[in-house]
Design a protein around this ligand. Sequence first.
Ligand code: NAP
Length: 265
Amino acid sequence: MEINNLFSVKNKVAVVTGGSRGIGEMITAGFLANGAKVYITARKAPALIEKAKELSKLYDGECIPFPCDLSTSEGIDSFSNMIAENEDGIDYLINNAGAAWGEPFESFSEAGWDKVMDLNVKSIFFLTQKMKPLLIKRATLEDPSRVINIGSIDGLNVPGFPTFSYSTSKAAVHHLTRHLAAQLVPENIIVNAIAPGPYPSNMLGSAVNSDYSEIEKRNPRKRTGSPEDIAGLVIFLCSRAGAYVVGETIATDGGLVKTAGHILG
Ligand SMILES: NC(=O)c1ccc[n+]([C@@H]2O[C@H](COP(=O)([O-])OP(=O)(O)OC[C@H]3O[C@@H](n4cnc5c(N)ncnc54)[C@H](OP(=O)(O)O)[C@@H]3O)[C@@H](O)[C@H]2O)c1
């Protein structure tokens, strides 16, 4: 029994997509600060490489950047091949990279569906498929490997923005999570989803002109999410503490979905 050591991710190998900023950076920081090695990816190479250097130094850890576009099968292949060349297995895959698109209903374009569905849904499926052999290598009944898909409260409640493909893609992420969980749990790979509410980032910032004051005011907890909030939940799900939680979608939103659905927006 390890009841005195429930939340350790020390010496584990994690992969975080979209780790160069926002929620992915917060998750990466949490892993590094708690002794895990982390591979991160994003499209923009200079920002990604700089972030990996910054976080490695800040947390005295090992953060390895690999630039690629996960919305293409070439990107997914090159990322998973690189990891297979460097590691004999991985413990955690965090499918975090995502994109949003907003346009009025009348003019909402096909490009707005393709871009969002390719990255937010399809890439999660194919990256998990490609990473499965590496996840299996570390997976045991006592210490299963973990996959966490980052969904959104917009996939649970209808958002106040005209982001039709985004909300749909996130509902798909939550259901894909259950389907993948059913597929992979017999092989000791546990799949769960996290549905964040508002966290400061480029994505949310561009929807509110980087002014979070209204969002904070309307949130039951009177603030946006912090690195501790998201990293804490990821670490719970990845550590011994979360090893009996399977196929769930857990909101981290200050209570918006469960206590204030009527003021979401
Ligand atoms: N922030 C929130 O309030 C909030 C709420 C609910 C859910 N979420 C979800 O949380 C996740 C992270 O969002 P965020 O708010 O942190 O957004 P963000 O600041 O825009 O970060 C997105 C990350 O994904 C990377 N990325 C984007 N397209 C990519 C591609 N095709 N291939 C590889 N990497 C790609 C970006 O880097 P490059 O641009 O360099 O590729 C960046 O590192 C998303 O799934 C989002 O839907 C966020």
